[in-house]
Design a protein around this ligand. Structure first.
Ligand SMILES: [Zn+2]
Length: 79
């Protein structure tokens, strides 16, 4: 069970950022991205201010390389 503190944003680890930079992000719809390049492709969804991924890392940590990749993609594309 994950207790979420709204005031604290979970920071991706250094490894996640490194991995995120090797991933490919494609925009599917506003608020939904297809992230490929890892062991399996994953879909990242934005719900309000939160991001959600269907991978295991996200389930356990609440953060993953795919979400990090999407954030990097958005920072670079200013949409
Ligand atoms: Zn993920």
């Amino acid at each position: 069970m994950t207790i979420k503190n709204e005031s604290v944003e979970i920071e991706p680890s250094e490894g996640m950022v490194k991995k995120a930079k090797s991933l490919t992000v494609e925009s599917l719809t506003p608020g939904s991205w297809f992230v490929s390049g890892g062991s399996e492709p994953h879909i990242v969804n934005k719900l309000g201010d939160d991001y959600e991924c269907d991978c295991l890392a996200f389930k356990f940590k609440g953060m993953c390389s795919h979400i990090t990749a999407v954030k990097l993609f958005l920072a670079n594309n200013k949409m």
